[in-house]
Design a protein around this ligand. Structure first.
Ligand code: BTN
Length: 326
């Protein structure tokens, strides 16, 4: 969906006024005909905006809880909005390949082929928040995983700030509430040996999604709070938080922040990484975001990527019992 400048200006004027604005005032302010104002108001109503029309003029009664570009003043031109799409990752990749700027955001209300990490499916029904952010960081590709850390810190910080819920982080980049996953992050990079062209970060948040009772490893913001949230307010706050965190990308503070929020550190873990399985105690992360694991024999191993399973207690490498999977 393309941002329509007239619709954007009408909404801005109605919001600023807070009451009634006549068609004539709007048409003078925007330098367009009253018929055009009427047509664009009709189109806004079709988008879900409730606009009262009376002899006193037009009044904005309410806005829909959709993540329409008009709901993010100042960012409208960066947002590509879909009511449904295969995956925001695919659309963002296309845009990034064609040279779209840093900070481009692809948002969809639902996805039909949402992708998770490790080639898993990411169920994306309406009510969730699904978006991909295009970043062009000036860093070595070796440090690209720090972007996942940064975004996961931003998501946890936003949940904590807005809802006072104790959001925590599970390596590599899951956000949990009471041990259940509420948000997943998927990053795709396009790079040469030492230059990053773009990193697209896909963020999926179970916001107002209903999670079946039998599902013990997943939650939603609605489930944790017992009420629906305003997705556009959450997304707006999250985008601001990501912007605030961005200058910290290569700073030690980012790692410190991540460690404070981490539920993986000091846990016994099984990491199923490409080509190997590592079992031991997670003791730290390094500057590239790799997890450092101390094996039972005392040797240190690093995991750059993979599936992380928190074990309830220390178990021998061969024991596959006592596992808590998230
Ligand atoms: C994970 O496996 O934990 C990562 C899930 C990432 C899902 C998001 S939703 C928005 C973006 N589009 C996708 O297809 N995937 C990511």
């Amino acid at each position: 969906m393309k941002v329509n400048e007239t619709k954007k200006q009408i909404l801005k004027a109605l919001r600023e006024c807070g009451g009634y604005l006549s068609g004539e005032t709007l048409s003078n302010q925007l330098g367009t005909s009253r018929v055009s104002i009427w047509k664009h108001i009709r189109s806004l109503k079709e988008d879900g905006y409730v606009i009262e029309a009376s002899p006193r003029g037009y009044r904005l009664v309410s806005s829909p809880d959709l993540m329409l570009p008009y709901e993010f003043p100042g960012l409208e031109q960066r947002i590509h909005y879909f009511s449904e799409i295969g995956s925001t990752m695919d659309a963002a990749r296309e845009l990034a390949k064609r040279g779209t700027g840093e900070g481009t955001i692809v948002i969809s209300e639902a996805q039909t082929r949402g992708r998770g990490r490790l080639s898993r499916e990411w169920l994306s029904p309406e009510g969730g928040i699904y978006f991909t952010l295009v970043l062009r960081p000036k860093i070595s590709p070796a440090y690209a995983s720090r972007i996942n850390l940064m975004v996961s810190v931003a998501v946890a910080a936003t949940i904590r700030k807005l809802f006072r819920l104790k959001a925590e982080l599970k390596w590599p980049n899951d956000v949990l509430i009471e041990g259940r996953k509420v948000c997943g992050i998927l990053a795709e990079m396009d790079a040469e040996m030492d230059v990053v062209n773009f990193v697209n970060v896909g963020i999926g948040i179970n916001a107002n999604t209903s999670i079946p009772q039998f599902e013990k490893t997943v939650t939603s913001l609605k489930g944790a709070l017992g009420r629906e949230i305003s997705r556009k307010e959450f997304l707006s706050a999250l985008l601001m938080e990501i912007e605030r965190q961005q200058p910290l990308l290569m700073k030690a503070d980012l790692l410190e922040e991540w460690k404070k929020l981490s539920v993986t550190l000091n846990k016994h873990v099984r990491i199923v990484a490409p080509g190997e399985v590592i079992v031991g105690r997670a003791i730290d992360i390094d500057t590239t975001g790799a997890l450092i694991i101390k094996e039972r024999n005392g040797s240190l191993k690093k995991a750059m990527a993979g599936d992380c399973i928190h074990l309830r207690e220390e178990v021998p490498n061969t024991d596959i019992g006592a596992v808590s999977r998230q």
